[in-house]
Design a binder for this molecule. Structure first.
Ligand code: PLP
Length: 412
């Protein structure tokens, strides 16, 4: 469902909530009494009134608290409406000066990644397709930009000696890299069903990996408990502002190299990538549409964005493990409401076709999450026809047997 120009927001929210409830999910109705904008209000304006009643500063995250301008770590801050308006005016938790600072904190191996218009993919998709390739680095995903930012801040802060996170694999691998090179022991909690290649790569990069649960949600709780009991610093992906700032540096490069982008298509999981990239584009290239994409089998953040309130889902069913979560983080949803223009859902079958296109046209071996942008074009060709778009190729940690089955075997 898209928000049309003259559609009543009330009906949009109700219909998205209805969509969520029909999909057997839980809607957090804590925003229900918030003022509703008049009809015709666009999604970014809606963010201005959908401010969560309380802004939670993560208790284990003094640096993130500092970024938010909150009085001190460990407090729950409930801004009055005037303060809320100021926050919205400044576009959520992100700040361009801090994003520029992040560039200097990140190992150059993650920076200035290849960006080029792929002719054969453009021909296949009937639009100009710019690829921003984030896979040619030691961790094979964009997550290194965020973990470098977090760990650089943490090393300067000096209060912590170890770190922990929950991860489907790419954050854990990136944290193992960034923590390891700064002498921090790294613990990762991952699901028992996590991609074995990612688990193996995290362990070989030096992380202590613990497996529990069927998806990312139990590991998230266990990582919080681990941080509370050991004093380790908890890197909560997308909530920890450093993860968003690091991801945002991708967009600095995108706009510096290409001032003519009609749309940027971004994979959406916890939201660090979309909120970071969206923030920079919103400020530096306001005419560029920011489109975030989730798989239909893991739509929690998409449903949340559409309804303007956190929607929790019960199950996950997708091959795109990097973007699969069930419990969106309210603060990140708020950021996304402010800087993302649209969120779309795509099927796993189309994701596989997208992976095939990237392999055939660009010679790229990518994991499913990295093909979400191409999949979005494939599912709505008319929308993108003749336009200039960019998509971020955000990871390539895919098992050989999966790649063979999904991409090389025509029966898929
Ligand atoms: C390859 C890949 N793409 C996309 C994402 C989604 O990023 P985010 O969680 O910042 O939304 C992830 C998250 O780990 C990922 O590993």
């Amino acid at each position: 469902m898209l928000l049309g120009g003259d559609e009543s927001l009330g009906s949009v929210v109700e219909s998205a909530v209805g969509e969520a409830e029909a999909a057997d999910v839980t809607v957090d109705r804590s925003l229900d009494d918030e003022p509703q904008p008049a009809s015709g209000t666009n999604r970014k304006m809606m963010a201005a009134v959908a401010m969560p009643r309380e802004f939670c500063i993560p208790r284990s995250c003094p640096i993130a608290a500092g970024h938010c301008g909150a009085p001190e770590a460990g407090t729950i801050w409930a801004p009055p409406m005037a303060a809320a308006a100021r926050i919205v005016g400044a576009m959520g938790r992100l700040d361009r000066a801090r994003i520029r600072d992040a560039v200097r904190m990140i190992d150059p191996v993650f920076l200035n990644t290849p960006q080029f218009e792929c002719g054969s993919l453009s021909a296949a998709l009937d639009c100009s397709v710019v690829l921003k390739v984030e896979t040619l680095n030691p961790v094979r995903s964009f997550k290194g930009r965020g973990t470098e930012t977090v760990m650089s801040n943490l090393a300067a802060d000096g209060r912590y000696t170890s770190v922990v996170c929950a991860s489907a694999g790419n954050l854990g691998l990136a944290l193992a890299y960034s923590g390891g090179r700064r002498g921090f022991p790294v613990t990762v909690f991952a699901a028992e069903t996590a991609n074995p290649l990612k688990i193996e790569r995290m362990r070989s990069a030096g992380a202590a990996v613990n497996l529990a649960g069927a998806d990312i949600e139990l590991p998230r709780v266990l990582a919080q408990e681990h941080a509370a009991s050991t004093g380790s610093y908890l890197v909560e992906d997308s909530l920890d502002i450093g993860t968003c700032e690091g991801a945002a540096t991708i967009a600095l490069e995108l706009v510096a190299a290409d001032g003519n982008l009609d749309a940027v298509l971004v994979a959406l999981g916890g939201g660090a990538l979309a909120s970071g990239v969206g923030h920079v584009l919103h400020e530096l290239s306001p005419g560029t549409e920011v489109i975030a994409i989730q798989p239909v089998g893991a739509p929690a953040m998409a449903l949340s964005w559409r309804s303007g309130a956190v929607v929790n889902t019960d199950t996950i069913d997708t091959i795109a493990d990097g973007v699969a979560g069930r419990h969106p983080i309210p603060e990140v949803l708020q950021d996304l409401l402010e800087v993302v223009d649209d969120v779309v859902l795509v099927s796993d079958d189309t994701i596989k076709v997208g992976m095939r296109h990237l392999f055939d046209s660009a010679g790229l071996v990518v994991e499913p999450s990295a093909a979400l942008g191409v999949a979005a074009v494939l599912e709505d060709r008319a929308r993108f026809q003749g336009r200039r778009i960019a998509t971020i190729i955000c990871g390539s940690n895919v098992k050989r047997s999966d790649f063979e089955r999904w991409v090389l075997d025509p029966r898929g």
